[in-house]
Design a protein around this ligand. Structure first.
Ligand code: NAP
Length: 245
């Protein structure tokens, strides 16, 4: 039976690119997203039309009960999970002193608590099967810190810490945990940037352009597959060279 991947935030952007690529490579894919049922259904219908197995559920990854219910559904619909992609995330742009505590809490609830809850939902089964790969989607801002993205940067740095610690904890049980750290990628998350902003970012990037969601998905697929069997606890930048070292 083909292996099962769960992609959180799989309705659009980087998550949807992961869903497409995993499905294309023969994985069965469970798509979780917060509210965009139409996009999730359209994506899964497209893939099923190509003979792939993909299905979706709405799930706010910050909500413990919804995560528990969603992973119960995954187990019933698909069986044991071989790969979890903790991709769901939100950003907040502005000066730190202008951020409310509620905005801070929500950002951390989605970006960090969400990754914790989803990871906890799959770990016992992965450990008992001595097989599984978990990929967190961090950000270059989690590595370097981004001005006017302080909370976002802190949340993405937390995912790097989670990756490194959990890789040590779960490695002896045969479970790998890695992180992909994208640079600037062409998705709705960056729609607030002007053409001039994007051009400046492209110019700052050694490869001379911003990235595509599929390019991040390829790194995620690599980390989940057999080619990465001896790789754990690592942060793989996919950023066109805008951050090096
Ligand atoms: P996006 O286009 O804004 O899509 C975000 C996805 O996350 C959507 O599927 C959304 O679901 C889902 N989501 C948001 N809140 C959620 C919640 N509470 N529970 C479940 N799902 C939730 O974002 P993106 O650019 O593809 O980013 C994906 C990941 O890559 C994020 O973690 C982001 O921080 C990271 N990243 C992005 C970039 C970039 O330049 N784009 C760079 C570095 C890192 P709905 O459709 O239902 O709203």
């Amino acid at each position: 039976m083909a292996p099962v991947a769960v992609v959180t935030g799989g309705s659009r952007g980087i998550g949807a690119a992961c869903v497409r690529l995993f499905a294309d490579r023969g994985w069965r894919v469970a798509v979780l997203c917060e509210k965009n049922a139409a996009a999730a259904e359209a994506l899964c219908a497209e893939l099923r039309g190509q003979g792939r197995d993909a299905a979706w559920q709405l799930c706010d990854v910050a909500d413990e009960k919804q995560v528990s219910a969603a992973f119960g559904w995954v187990r019933e619909r698909f069986g044991p999970v071989s790969a979890l992609v903790n991709n769901a995330g939100i950003s907040w742009t502005g000066l730190l002193q202008d951020m409310t505590a509620a905005e801070w809490d929500r950002l951390f609830a989605v970006n960090v608590r969400g990754a914790f809850l989803c990871t906890r939902a799959v770990l016992p089964e992965m450990i008992s099967r001595r097989q599984g790969s978990i990929v967190q989607i961090s950000s270059m801002w989690g590595e370097t810190g981004g001005s006017c993205e302080t909370a976002y940067s802190a949340s993405k740095a937390a995912l790097i810490g989670l990756t490194r610690a959990l890789a040590k904890e779960a490695g002896p049980s045969g479970v790998r945990v890695n992180c992909v750290s994208p640079g600037v990628i062409d998705t709705e998350m960056n729609r607030h940037l002007t053409q001039a902003d994007l051009a400046a970012l492209a110019e700052e990037t050694p490869l001379g352009r911003i990235g595509q969601a599929e390019e991040v998905a390829r790194a995620v697929l690599f980390l989940c597959g057999a080619e990465a069997a001896f790789i754990t606890g690592q942060v793989l930048p996919v950023n066109g060279g805008i951050v090096i070292g």
